[in-house]
Design a binder for this molecule. Structure first.
Ligand code: ISL
Length: 565
């Protein structure tokens, strides 16, 4: 057996630069703002910073629409600001990974500007161009080359007047999909990646990387009842050449420098079977992937904006299954939150009466699994969803498009708003709450998106001096992973799978046994588990009084305990 890679005991912290910290008062977070707040990350004890996109971008999707991969957007600063941030991160013993968004570019990227200019432009084939559907005139309803629906509502194709052809864009109209079938595209991406690695970055989080191989026949998707649009997912996700493309990327970019970097592929809809292949070290593809099963369990029949309550048994079955599936081969990533998900304390916890308890209980449950945990900015403070009054308070292209189209299709506007309030991505994007002052210490100007009014009591400054705070709980969880190999590497065994309120599991490594038992409900529970689990073995809890006697454990609302012997 070889030694476990460094990232098996690491914790990653995601920074969404727009909302992290603003240094120049323009109301938008920036690189110098991050550099000025690195103490926060050192105190927390994380190992890696994942920086969401800071590249040049028209910001149609907050930087996930890139117009120059080798430049920093002026809104975030300069390349010099970036180099300073990277140097300071390294000086503190942390690493920094970049967001790699190469399924699509901005429509303002020079590659696309050229590509759209004429049908015989040398870069025409760098994107997916197709004529209108036979028998339809360009622009007519239904004339799109396929019936695929965009992630951001409506058809996945946009007509370009220049040539009268359509281009594929699985996300916004300003995010045309690159054609990875074309080797020049792949070479350009590899060269760009090497440029960043040579600059000193420590790896990449790869945006929707399982979408880069499409079935070149572009078949229509199955239609599901009412809507005229079809589900293209089976034809553009984890397509025929996906493993080939990722292995080629590994060879072209990382070969000979293995072990230094971290690669994590974001993969909506990925199955555990595919995830095993992507993360099997022998296949030389990726270190880990972000899967979406556990953050889809509360989606209703009409999708993510039709939420229903989570059944804890489903969550345990799902995460437990991924633990087992990637036990002998591959590696899991662990997350509740990122810039696309509502805040976990509001979603699966209780952001009212049991705010602190539920935020820390959920953190405990996640962080003691086997895998690499990701903390999204503000999660370590227990930040909550935002009190959006109307759609005017929202900024996200996904939410705005969905609202417009759902209302136009005759849905009840109040219902639409309810879905957006619960599940909208803007919940994750309100500014980080540093202190109780004006705009939470995020900016001296007008923030691009209002700060949550609860920053008066929910903020970093208030938590630094409070040992019971959410912040210090996260800090302790991170330290446990660093100090105890059983947390990083131990085998996982789910306990009490049928209990609707208790999340419990064991981890074992060599002679060490570790028990996590958490009450994810607002009522007292009793857990009965095998083994000599008593208070003298307690390692960490989020409540002051713990009652445990030979495996009979009383759990106050949202109590979460870790035992070890
Ligand atoms: O939140 C979603 C929409 O319902 C997800 O499906 C999301 O769009 C998907 O996870 C892909 O996300 C990534 O790529 C998008 C970008 O908008 C997201 O912010 C990014 O994380 C397009 O680049």
């Amino acid at each position: 057996a070889t030694e476990a890679p460094w990232w098996t005991s690491a914790v990653v912290y995601q920074v969404y630069p727009r909302s992290f910290a603003d240094s120049d008062g323009d109301g938008i977070g920036d690189l110098a703002g991050i550099t000025a707040r690195l103490d926060h990350l050192s105190r927390l004890g994380v190992d890696v910073v994942w920086l969401s996109p800071v590249y040049a971008s028209p910001q149609a999707d907050n930087g996930y629409d890139i117009s120059d991969y080798q430049a920093v957007d002026p809104v975030f600063g300069t390349l010099e600001d970036f180099d300073r941030l990277l140097a300071d991160v390294h000086a503190r013993g942390m690493k920094l990974i970049m967001d790699l968004v190469v399924n699509h570019t901005s429509d303002e990227h020079p590659w696309f500007v050229e590509s759209r200019s004429s049908e015989d432009n040398p870069k025409r084939d760098w994107y997916w161009w197709r004529p209108a559907r036979p028998g339809f005139r360009p622009g007519e309803p239904g004339a799109e080359p396929t019936n695929w629906e965009s992630f951001f509502s409506g058809p996945a194709w946009t007509l370009d007047e220049t040539t009268g052809e359509y281009y594929l864009r699985l996300f916004d109209r300003k995010q045309p999909d690159l054609n990875w079938e074309n080797p020049e595209v792949r070479q350009a991406v590899h060269a760009m990646m090497r440029w960043w690695l040579d600059r000193g970055v420590d790896g990449f989080r790869m945006d929707v990387i399982n979408l880069i191989s499409k079935d070149p026949a572009l078949p229509d998707g199955a239609t599901t009842g009412l809507g005229a649009l079809g589900d293209g997912f089976p034809h553009y996700a984890t397509g025929p050449r996906i493993h080939e493309f990722i292995q080629e990327m590994h060879r072209e970019v990382f070969e000979g420098r293995e072990g230094q970097f971290l690669t994590v592929g974001e993969m909506p809809g990925v199955t555990w079977e595919a995830a095993r292949r992507f993360t099997d070290p022998a296949r030389r593809e990726l270190d880990m992937v972000f899967q979406f099963e556990h953050v889809s369990l509360d989606h209703g029949p009409a999708g993510k904006f039709d939420p229903r309550p989570l059944d804890l048994r489903d969550l345990k079955a799902s995460l437990g299954h991924w633990q087992t599936a990637l036990a002998d081969v591959g590696w899991n990533s662990l997350y509740w939150n990122n810039h696309d998900q509502p805040r976990v304390v509001s979603r699966f916890g209780d952001d009212g009466k049991w705010w602190r308890e539920s935020a820390t209980a959920l953190a405990t449950v996640l962080h003691l699994h086997r895998g690499t945990p990701y903390v999204y900015q503000g999660e370590e403070l227990g930040m909550t969803n935002a009190p959006f009054e109307s759609v005017e308070d929202m900024r996200d292209v996904e939410s705005l498009n969905y609202h417009r189209m759902a209302v136009a299709a005759g849905h009840d506007p109040e219902e639409v708003l309810r879905g957006l309030r619960a599940m909208g991505r803007d919940n994750a994007r309100t500014p980080v709450q540093w202190d109780a002052g004006r705009h939470a210490g995020f900016t001296t100007g007008e923030p691009w998106m209002p700060v949550n009014p609860n920053h008066r009591w929910l903020n970093a400054e208030a938590q630094y001096d409070d040992p019971r705070s959410v912040f210090h709980h996260y800090r302790r969880l991170i330290r446990l992973r660093h100090e105890h190999p059983v947390v990083a590497l131990g085998d996982f065994h789910m306990l009490l799978p049928d209990d609707p309120h208790i999340y419990a599991y064991e981890r074992t490594l060599d002679g060490t046994r570790l028990l996590v038992v958490a009450n994810l409900s607002g009522e007292e529970q009793t857990a009965v588990v095998d083994g000599d689990w008593s208070t003298q073995h307690l390692v960490l809890s989020n409540v002051d009084k713990v009652r445990a006697d030979s495996g009979r454990i009383t759990l106050e609302p949202w109590a979460a305990h870790i035992f070890m012997h």
